[in-house]
Design a binder for this molecule. Structure first.
Ligand code: GDD
Ligand code: MN
Length: 379
């Protein structure tokens, strides 16, 4: 009798732990999201913007087999309502063999009034390597460096809007909100959630995640501090690094970049999760090691929550599911009902489904990051 009582007692403790873990897993990001959305998202920027500020801009585009989009990309830059003499484009190609280089040369001949340098490497060593190499070709008088992807389409006002933020000397980097040219339910839900979170964090002080399709950094900071150069650092880490250096690293709501959906999205989402994991594990230590780190209480709070959401929170879900399954195996009806409800929600709610998938990608990425260091992706 006593033993049975003890067994029931123990199993209900496990059940309570499982439910508590699930509750924490779901409630922390929800509370964070609604707090940011209601308290911060619509606040004015406390930034001294100047819409007439026109710094000299260098745009870096890494290319590998991009013949389909490269002309449109260059056309978008050419169509910027920004003084052309203040813009310099640097393309860093890794030996494309599909006609990209020919298309670029042809485009250059037809648009001789835009400064454009083409840097060609014969070996494909990944996007980060190409970006770091291109930095050597940034003119000495450039004030802003904008990193962008070929398949990232800008509206004509992107550079002028960006510049108005850089008029404030506290702003170190500016990234855009991402939307898509194609319909993809998963990506839309993902971006709707994160665009809100990133912009709101930026209004508080800075966001630890920046987006590769449009990522602008004050050139002096690059000259002084360089850029994170560990594998996987080529987007979000740049933002965190600038924030740790003591500058506002912001995602702004009025610059919108559109991307097509191409290639395997599952693989791409795992890579995206991997970059986020690398950022939250490495960038702070890296900034300290480089002697760049400056303590800022507002950013530390944001960093701590985001670190927790990316590194710890996914594992609470894993533990909760394992405990629920064990409870169900040992006969707990309540555990079975919760598992059933969790599975039913996957069919009923797309937001819930996208969230669960994102947790799975983060877990896979964390396990993967234990042995995988190289970050060159195939096309
Ligand atoms: N030079 C060079 N060498 N460029 C490359 C290489 C390479 O080995 N690999 C990719 N690129 C270029 C592409 O041509 C494109 O302009 C840009 O880097 C992004 O590559 P995509 O193939 O479009 O990949 P994505 O859309 O999945 O990239 C997204 O995730 C990355 C991190 O995982 C974007 O958000 C990127 O900005 C982000 O860095
Ligand atoms: Mn892309």
């Amino acid at each position: 009798m006593v033993d049975l009582g003890l067994a029931i007692g123990m199993s209900s403790i496990y059940l309570i732990v499982a439910l508590a873990l699930a509750f924490i897993h779901f409630s922390v990001p929800l509370v964070y999201y609604y707090h940011l959305k209601s308290r911060w998202l619509n606040k004015p920027w406390n930034i001294e913007k100047d819409p007439s500020y026109r710094p000299k801009v260098a745009i870096i585009i890494p290319t590998y087999n991009e013949v389909e989009f490269i002309r449109k990309k260059l056309d978008d830059i050419y169509a910027q309502n920004y003084p052309r003499e203040l813009v310099e484009v640097i393309i860093a190609d890794s030996g494309s063999g599909d006609g990209t280089l020919e298309a670029i040369k042809e485009w250059m001949l037809a648009h001789m009034d835009l400064g454009l340098k083409l840097v060609v490497d014969m070996e494909k060593r990944g996007k980060l390597y190409a970006l770091l190499k291109a930095l050597n070709y940034v003119p000495l008088d450039s004030e802003i460096v904008v990193f962008t992807d070929v398949d990232a389409f800008w509206e004509p006002s992107a550079l002028s809007k960006m510049s108005s933020y850089f008029a404030d000397p506290n702003v170190g980097s500016v990234t855009a909100c991402i939307y898509y040219t194609d319909v993809d339910m998963h990506e839309e839900i993902y971006r709707n959630y994160y665009n809100v979170v990133r912009v709101a964090e930026s209004k508080i002080y800075a966001t630890p995640v920046h987006n590769g399709p449009f990522l602008a950094i004050k050139a002096d900071l690059l000259r002084k501090y360089g850029l994170p150069d560990f594998p996987g650092s080529d987007d979000s880490s740049f933002g965190s690094f600038i924030a740790f250096a003591g500058y506002r690293a912001i995602q702004v709501e009025d610059i919108v970049v559109r991307e097509p959906i191409r290639g395997s999205q599952v693989w791409r989402r795992i890579r995206r999760a991997h970059h986020l994991i690398i950022n939250f594990i490495t960038t702070k230590k890296y900034a300290k090691r480089r002697g760049v780190y400056k303590y800022n209480s507002a950013f530390e709070r944001i960093w701590r929550i985001e670190w927790w959401l990316h590194i710890v929170n996914p594992w609470l879900l894993v533990k909760s599911v394992i405990l629920l399954v064990l409870n169900a195996i040992f006969g707990s009806l309540i555990a079975l009902i919760f598992i059933g409800a969790g599975l039913a929600l996957l069919l009923l709610s797309n937001i819930y489904k996208v969230w669960i998938l994102q947790q799975i990608y983060l877990v896979i990425a964390m396990v993967r990051s234990l042995w995988m260091k190289e970050m060159v992706w195939r096309k």
